[in-house]
Design a protein around this ligand. Structure first.
Ligand SMILES: Nc1nc2c(ncn2[C@@H]2O[C@H](COP(=O)(O)OP(=O)(O)OP(=O)(O)O)[C@@H](O)[C@H]2O)c(=O)[nH]1
Ligand SMILES: [Mg+2]
Length: 214
């Protein structure tokens, strides 16, 4: 395992949530963070949506039937779950709890409903970041350039984007993604400071006892 930053004092991991409207640049920022930040891993969600070409079970999502999803939810095996557009999505509980206990940080690509549930149930561990496009025109351009969807789907995604954006004030940090490198650096700065928060540094008690005793 790579050496974690600030490792002189043991700490609890944190949950870094990234939310954004579709086309906001969230996936690109998430990928860059995972490459650059040792000790940060992605929470792989369960979904009822069908895999797209190139998507791999257990890497991008755990693809499940609605019935399987509902069993997991009923058993309390998910930290949060929600219906997002046409499908269900949820966060498996076990891997996140293990990571936090071991002092590793977890990145979540989830929507505002998931963020709200984490804020209700796991507030001390949560650091939430909302990524805004510089304008709606820019968002539409990014969706069109992606060349993934037809005009009807893009129109629908624009409406959904306005809905997602309306929840911006429920997040700890808001980043306007005008420049990708700057946005990535901003999230890294957030991580760096949040990792130093006293409440997460569960080893401080022992560390301080040690220095006082000499
Ligand atoms: N609440 C919740 N939302 C999730 C979870 N996993 C994914 N989502 C959200 O579901 C939405 C749709 O995700 P996908 O089906 O992968 O589609 P996508 O093309 O990645 O969509 P965008 O990232 O919005 O462009 C995104 O906003 C995700 O952030 C989860 O476990 N819980
Ligand atoms: Mg995405």
């Amino acid at each position: 395992m790579p050496t974690l930053p600030y490792s002189a004092v043991r700490r609890r991991g944190l949950m870094l949530v990234l939310s954004a409207p579709s086309g906001g640049g969230k996936s690109t920022i998430a990928r860059a963070l995972l490459e650059r930040e040792p000790g940060l891993s992605l929470s792989v969600s369960v979904t009822t949506r069908k895999p797209r070409p190139g998507e791999i079970e257990g890497i991008h999502y755990f693809f499940r039937t609605v019935e399987e999803f509902d069993v997991m939810a009923a058993k309390g095996d998910m930290l949060e779950y929600a219906q997002v557009f046409d499908n269900r999505y949820g966060t498996p509980r076990g891997p996140v709890e293990n990571a936090l206990t071991e002092g590793r940080d977890v990145l979540f690509d989830i929507d505002w409903q998931g963020n709200r549930q984490l804020a209700d149930n796991a507030r001390p561990d949560l650091v939430s970041v909302f990524i805004l496009p510089p304008s709606l025109g820019e968002l539409e351009r990014r969706l069109t350039d992606r060349n993934q969807d037809g005009p009807d789907v893009i129109a629908r995604r624009m409406a959904e984007a306005a809905d997602e954006i309306s929840h911006w004030a429920e997040y700890d940090y808001v980043i306007v993604n005008t420049n990708l490198e700057e946005s990535i650096a901003a999230v890294q700065a957030i991580l760096r400071a949040e990792r130093l928060k006293r409440v997460r540094r569960v080893g401080l008690d022992g560390f301080i006892d040690g220095i006082l005793k000499g």
